[in-house]
Design a protein around this ligand. Structure first.
Ligand SMILES: [Zn+2]
Ligand SMILES: [Zn+2]
Length: 184
């Protein structure tokens, strides 16, 4: 990305030239990263990619902070491709650095393994319980709370027995459909 900026392959802005764009992009990129994560995560659950790449990250069923970037190098490339946005949207190198830091560090928070960290009786650090359930059950909660596509698609699991039952039914129906297809 730095090479691309230096050689004029991507459009660079600065605080002086576009202060509003510069500031707003910091907020937009958070939403962009969640949407990007949702779609790449769905894509890497496609069987051929899952079996060769994403399976490694899913070896962590009981997760901890080091689970975040414990993934196949190919998944790193896919995961950090979030910065490709800046090939289309004019930006500054600081946006790229911020995006990469958010992707690398916030993922650790998403896998911290505790429900929440409480300091002096107050929640100091909420966790991503939502994603823990993805590691436990695999076929639910592909995204995160900022982009609730799982709710829209009916594959959200909130940890309740009802959600568990719904997911089991869905998996059974999928397996039955696959079985029918192979028998045909
Ligand atoms: Zn996954
Ligand atoms: Zn994960």
């Amino acid at each position: 990305m730095m090479w691309s900026y230096a050689n004029g392959h991507v459009t660079m802005i600065s605080w002086d030239s576009d202060p509003l764009h510069f500031a707003l992009l910091h907020f937009v990129l958070i939403f962009w990263q969640t949407i990007h994560f949702y779609f790449i995560h769905r894509a890497i659950h496609w069987k051929p990619i899952y079996q060769n790449v994403h399976y490694l990250h899913h070896k962590n069923i009981n997760i901890g902070p080091w689970t975040d970037l414990a993934m196949h190098p190919a998944e790193h490339l896919i995961y950090f491709s979030t910065v490709l946005l800046y090939w289309v949207v004019p930006s500054h190198p600081i946006h790229v650095m911020f995006s990469l830091q958010v992707a690398a560090l916030m993922s650790g928070v998403g896998h911290i393994g505790f429900n929440e960290i409480v300091v002096k009786g107050k929640i100091a650090f909420p966790s991503d319980y939502f994603h823990y359930l993805h590691h436990r059950h695999f076929e639910c909660n592909y995204g995160n709370t900022l982009f609730p596509a799982d709710r829209w698609l009916g594959i959200f699991h909130d940890g309740s027995p009802e959600a568990q039952e719904k997911m089991v039914e869905r998996i059974r129906a999928k397996r039955a459909a696959n079985k029918e297809l192979t028998e045909d």
